[in-house]
Design a protein around this ligand. Structure first.
Ligand SMILES: [Zn+2]
Length: 210
């Protein structure tokens, strides 16, 4: 599948570009933005209207084996503020495409939240507090809680769009379970079970893309 030309500014490392499965997932992630109105994807890939513009040049993608157990990391260069999203090579083969799409979007959200705080901290904090219904908060370490509070519904829509680009569909609860996985929160027993069930479902459909 050709890469959508709507996001030419995003830099991809050679290792990332040479991985067929990863490029398939990435192409469909970008393609989802061009085929459907999906605010989550569009807000990242283009300039948005929320006052917290994000330049695709502010992020790069890489792929390498990571020492830690995370499926990906988002590291910020303190000099130029560029976020490098590194996917863990060791995790690629046994993950379903939907899970990898979630991981990319999860890291993109870290990059976006970081950037929003950088360019418009007051606006970001105002939105955050308004959403939480609070008057004070800790914005330095709470990105996963922010994602949980704010981005799960658009994440579900994104995963649904992504999946449908392969002609697939699943119950919303399955997309939700994938969306909340990897947030490092205290999951309830039933949430953990839902995550396992969803992962098994998507993996049993096949690990290749497409
Ligand atoms: Zn994270």
């Amino acid at each position: 599948m050709p890469i959508c030309t709507c996001a030419p500014e995003i830099e991809l490392s050679p290792d990332f570009k040479n991985n067929v499965k990863i490029m398939c997932v990435y192409s469909n992630l970008v393609g989802t933005a061009s085929r459907n109105y999906n605010p989550l994807v569009i807000n990242f890939l283009t300039n948005f209207s929320d006052g917290l513009s994000f330049n695709p040049g502010d992020v790069t993608f890489d792929l390498k084996s990571l020492d830690n157990t995370e499926s990906a990391t988002c590291t910020r260069n303190e000099y130029n503020d560029i976020c490098t999203i590194t996917l863990n090579q060791s995790y690629i083969n046994n993950r379903a495409p939907v899970e990898l799409a979630k991981t990319m979007m999860h890291e993109i959200l870290h990059a976006k939240i970081f950037h929003s705080k950088l360019v418009a901290p007051d606006l970001f904090e105002t939105m955050f507090l308004k959403y939480l219904g609070e008057t004070t908060g800790n914005f330095g370490t709470d990105e996963h809680q922010f994602i949980l509070n704010y981005y799960i519904p658009p994440m579900i829509r994104f995963l649904k769009d992504f999946d449908s680009s392969f002609g697939n569909s699943a119950p919303d609860d399955f997309y939700k379970a994938i969306a909340i996985s990897g947030l490092g929160l205290k999951y309830s027993a039933s949430e953990l079970e839902q995550i396992m069930t969803a992962q098994n479902f998507f993996r049993s459909r096949g690990l290749n893309c497409p």
